[in-house]
Ligand binder design. Structure first.
Ligand SMILES: *[C@@H]1O[C@H](CO)[C@@H](O)[C@H](O)[C@H]1NC(C)=O
Ligand SMILES: *[C@@H]1O[C@H](CO)[C@@H](O)[C@H](O)[C@H]1NC(C)=O
Ligand SMILES: *[C@@H]1O[C@H](CO)[C@@H](O)[C@H](O)[C@H]1NC(C)=O
Ligand SMILES: *[C@@H]1O[C@H](CO)[C@@H](O)[C@H](O)[C@H]1NC(C)=O
Ligand SMILES: *[C@@H]1O[C@H](CO)[C@@H](O)[C@H](O)[C@H]1NC(C)=O
Length: 291
């Protein structure tokens, strides 16, 4: 039935929009926040001393976040690594493609973390921290371009200063990585507050919201159950109504036909029979009287 399939398509479409709409929205706001923090960080690099960390001065509407930047020669970065902010980058890491100097921008989203980053079914229990590597060999010519990192030795470790576990819970914590491309990965913590990575990106610690998810799942089942029963009921009612209407129509037609026939016979009887009777009896009577 056309109505049924339309209804089902509508339901599926609204589910699709409600589940994916949010993540698309978040991606674009994340990207623009990234670009904003990167710009403020590079502004603080006006006359940089190589190897010194510069804190970006952020506008009031970003208060609660932190961004900082360091410019390094790739040679010393390779031999010494970089130990700034929440990230310990060990030796034997190289920018890809190779550049003579690189800049690393660090972010801590603080109380804004869950505003920009969320994982369905999980709760953030630490601020989101992030780092990006840039080609800084000639900023005036190349502009601000990102580079990848090739980690040939130990991985980069991410140290979270605050991990706020819900009270009295023995929930297991996991590391979550929001990669530059937009995908999300989970990994195990190596220490209660340390995660590992081999790529730039954003990182946090999460706990699984088992109860909430179960509740949500229950609601889904109930919703689908009601939806299905509703659909079946609507289908039944529609078919019953259609059948009833058909039956009524047929009955009416039959009645009309009956009435018509009755009228016809009556009409025929009235018009034919009396005339016949009249024409026959009268002469008969006349004839009867006559003889
Ligand atoms: C974070 O804290 C700052 C003050 O430190 C406040 O201005 C800002 O509105 C807070 N952000 C959120 C999302 O609560
Ligand atoms: C990195 O710096 C922190 C302090 O900011 C220090 O406690 C830690 O030992 C340093 N790690 C290395 C490997 O230098
Ligand atoms: C960057 O490039 C410009 C233009 O090519 C040049 O004048 C300048 O010396 C370069 N700076 C560095 C640090 O290589
Ligand atoms: C970094 O690597 C990814 C694939 O691993 C690639 O898609 C991306 O273009 C690279 N970025 C740069 C700046 O080279
Ligand atoms: C948006 O983020 C989701 C994960 O939250 C990811 O799967 C998707 O590829 C991202 N899209 C873009 C255009 O970055």
């Amino acid at each position: 039935m056309g109505f049924k399939s339309l209804y089902i398509i509508g339901v599926i479409f609204s589910l699709f929009v409600s589940s994916f709409g949010q993540s698309f929205e978040n991606n674009s706001s994340r990207d623009s926040l990234d670009a904003l923090l990167q710009d403020y960080a590079f502004k603080s690099l006006a006359r940089p001393h190589t190897g010194a960390l510069y804190k970006a001065s952020l506008p009031a509407n970003l208060s609660g976040m932190e961004a900082s930047v360091v410019r390094l020669r790739s040679g010393s970065f390779w031999t010494r690594g970089a130990n700034f902010s929440s990230f310990h980058i060990p030796p034997r890491v190289m920018p890809i493609p190779y550049v003579r100097r690189l800049a690393i921008v660090y972010q801590n989203l603080g109380n804004w973390s869950s505003y920009y980053y969320n994982v369905p079914g999980y709760s953030l229990v630490s601020p989101v921290v992030g780092f990006m590597a840039y080609d800084a060999s000639n900023l005036s010519v190349n502009g601000i371009t990102k580079t990848n990192l090739s980690v040939t030795g130990d991985p980069i470790s991410v140290h979270f200063p605050h991990v706020l576990l819900p009270e009295g819970s023995n929930l297991t914590t996991r590391c979550v990585t929001f990669s530059v491309g937009g995908s999300v990965f989970f990994s195990e913590l190596t220490l209660p507050n340390v995660c590992h990575t081999r790529n730039p990106g954003h990182f946090s610690i999460v706990v699984h919201l088992k109860k909430k998810e179960e509740r949500l799942w229950k609601w889904w089942v109930i919703g689908f159950g009601f939806g299905f029963v509703g659909l079946v009921l609507v289908g039944l009612v529609v078919t019953v109504l259609v059948k009833f209407a058909k039956m009524k129509k047929i009955k009416k037609m039959e009645e009309k036909a009956d009435e018509g026939e009755a009228f016809k016979t009556i009409w025929i009887g009235r018009s034919k029979m009396p005339s016949a009777i009249v024409t026959r009896t009268q002469p008969a009577l006349e004839n009867g009287y006559d003889p």
